[in-house]
Design a protein around this ligand. Structure first.
Ligand code: FE2
Ligand code: FE2
Length: 290
């Protein structure tokens, strides 16, 4: 295969009780049906609140199963819980092996590697980083083995959380520590990646579209396919819109298209949270601390 077309979607936050987000997913699904990429990758927060509502994961899986192309999945903090960080408050829902296993039972492996069009594609579980869970060590050991076998091929990395804001040694801030891969795991990950030809890091989580280059690596933040978060609740870094990202890989090169599927609507988190969920959830669990 000399060309590989991959569509990244992220932060779908699906739940049967959230029809506005389902409608946005249907618009994305229709676009995928029309464009027929070789693969769809969902970079996490597939369900709205997996740790408290496991049925959100099942609902999310059922919608992805209806897509006309194959999918690969990575977990988000709203699927398996969040990373502990060195500074800042402890997340309301900490990542756990139980949550990870629940994700794996619905979506399959939480890390993966495959090759296509002369590229090496690696997906990582970013939530176990800095967790101290056995699976954090196992994943780093697995990653070391995979990176040792790229044989000079360009590498595209997918994970839920961006590795950093602007540079690997950005200071961790209390207000945004949960937004990025936390220290000191970030330092270890960055060191490991120095040994390969890393061309792309594709993440989600922030619900903002962003595209920048550091060194010779392009960092792409996929927007949420489902909803945006207002400036009152989250600082503006990139573009606040719903959408998706399309990639076309060819040996030694790639192209990126920033896309909104026809029919996708910029639903604000407050529209779904305030009106539909307040009665059923603790406000502290609202996905606003991203
Ligand atoms: Fe999200
Ligand atoms: Fe997230």
């Amino acid at each position: 295969m000399t060309q590989f077309r991959l569509t990244q979607i992220s932060d779908t936050h699906l739940g049967r009780r959230l029809p506005k987000l389902t409608r946005n997913f249907v618009s994305v699904a229709e676009h995928i049906d029309a464009t027929r990429p070789d693969l769809v990758v969902n970079t996490g927060d597939i369900g709205f609140d997996g740790p408290s509502n496991p049925e959100d994961l099942d609902f999310g899986r059922s919608l992805h199963d209806a897509l006309p192309v194959g999918c690969r999945y990575l977990p988000g903090n709203h699927d398996i819980g969040d990373n502990p960080t060195q500074i800042g408050p402890v997340p309301t829902e900490l990542v756990s092996e139980r949550g990870r296993q629940a994700f794996i039972s619905v979506f399959g492996d939480d890390r993966w590697r495959f090759e296509a069009a002369g590229w090496c594609f690696i997906g990582l579980n970013s939530l176990v980083m800095n967790s101290g869970l056995v699976s954090e060590t196992e994943q780093f050991d697995w990653l070391a083995g995979e990176l040792a076998n790229t044989f000079g091929k360009p590498v595209a990395l997918f994970l839920h959380k961006p590795i950093f804001l602007n540079a690997p040694d950005d200071a961790e801030l209390e207000s945004s520590a949960v937004r990025y891969v936390p220290m000191p795991a970030r330092r270890r990950l960055v060191e490991m990646l120095r040994g390969v030809d890393l061309r792309l890091v594709a993440s989600g989580h922030v619900h903002q579209r962003r595209d920048f280059t550091f060194g010779h690596t392009r960092h792409v933040w996929s927007p949420s396919a489902g909803f945006i978060i207002s400036d009152a609740k989250q600082e503006r870094i990139g573009l606040k819109e719903v959408g998706l990202v399309e990639y076309r890989f060819q040996p030694n090169s790639f192209e990126i298209r920033h896309v909104r599927a026809p029919g996708q609507v910029d639903v604000d988190l407050s529209e779904i949270w305030d009106k539909e969920l307040k009665a059923a959830h603790s406000p502290a669990k609202a996905p606003a601390t991203i």
